[in-house]
Design a binder for this molecule. Structure first.
Ligand code: FNR
Length: 181
């Protein structure tokens, strides 16, 4: 069975390490997982007023994409020991209007990617905290804290072998997780 997975990257930077790692994961995923990147930089800040009447078209399209997905995969940088505003905003948009949380019940997973040796632990768990409330069932193991991101690519921009192997283990475990739902 083919599973469609929505991929949210919490960095808007052109040369984002999170995006590069996400693309590596996409290429390592088995043919049964279809990873689709959803762009979140165009979602205006969540404001409940905008959900009374006609919500922004970008919100509606994004919510529909999330609803259609069989799972959600997050890649988050760490900004000041938390996830990024752009990613938190996307989660807020997806979770509303009240009673129409498009994320509810989906199997999720998170990879945090940082240039620090700590691997974005703070951001990873900050995101997991919100997942409890929006009812995304997060894969627990393996945890994915990718540190020293600037040193994980060779001259051709490919992910170095040991990280690649870890990412393969991670995405295969996520496939099994998704198949439980
Ligand atoms: C950072 N960075 C950072 N790194 C970290 O490990 N812990 C942190 O708390 C922070 N805080 C932080 C705040 C702000 C505002 C910025 C812009 C950056 C550094 C961060 O890991 C680095 O910029 C990564 O390259 C961001 O990920 P992308 O954009 O490469 O995907």
């Amino acid at each position: 069975a083919n599973k469609k997975i929505a991929v949210l990257v919490g960095s808007l930077r052109k040369d984002s390490f999170n995006r590069k790692i996400a693309e590596a994961v996409q290429s390592l995923a088995s043919a049964n997982l279809e990873l689709e990147f959803l762009e979140i930089g165009n979602l205006v800040y969540y404001n409940e007023d905008l959900d009374h009447g006609n919500p922004p078209q970008e919100w509606t399209a994004f919510r529909t994409k999330i609803k259609e997905a069989d799972g959600v995969l997050f890649f988050t940088p760490e900004y000041n020991r938390g996830t990024t505003a752009v990613l938190k905003n996307a989660i807020d948009v997806a979770s509303r209007p009240y009673g129409q949380n498009s994320l509810a019940g989906k199997p999720g997973a998170v990879v945090s990617v940082s240039i620090s040796a700590l691997g974005g632990f703070g951001a990873n768990h900050h995101l997991r905290q919100s997942m409890v409330f929006v009812d995304v069932l997060m894969m627990q193991q393996p945890e994915a804290y990718i540190g020293n991101a600037q040193s994980l690519f060779d001259d051709q921009g490919n992910v170095v072998e040991d990280t690649k192997q870890f990412l393969k283990t991670f995405i295969d475990a996520y496939e099994q997780w998704v198949n439980k739902f």
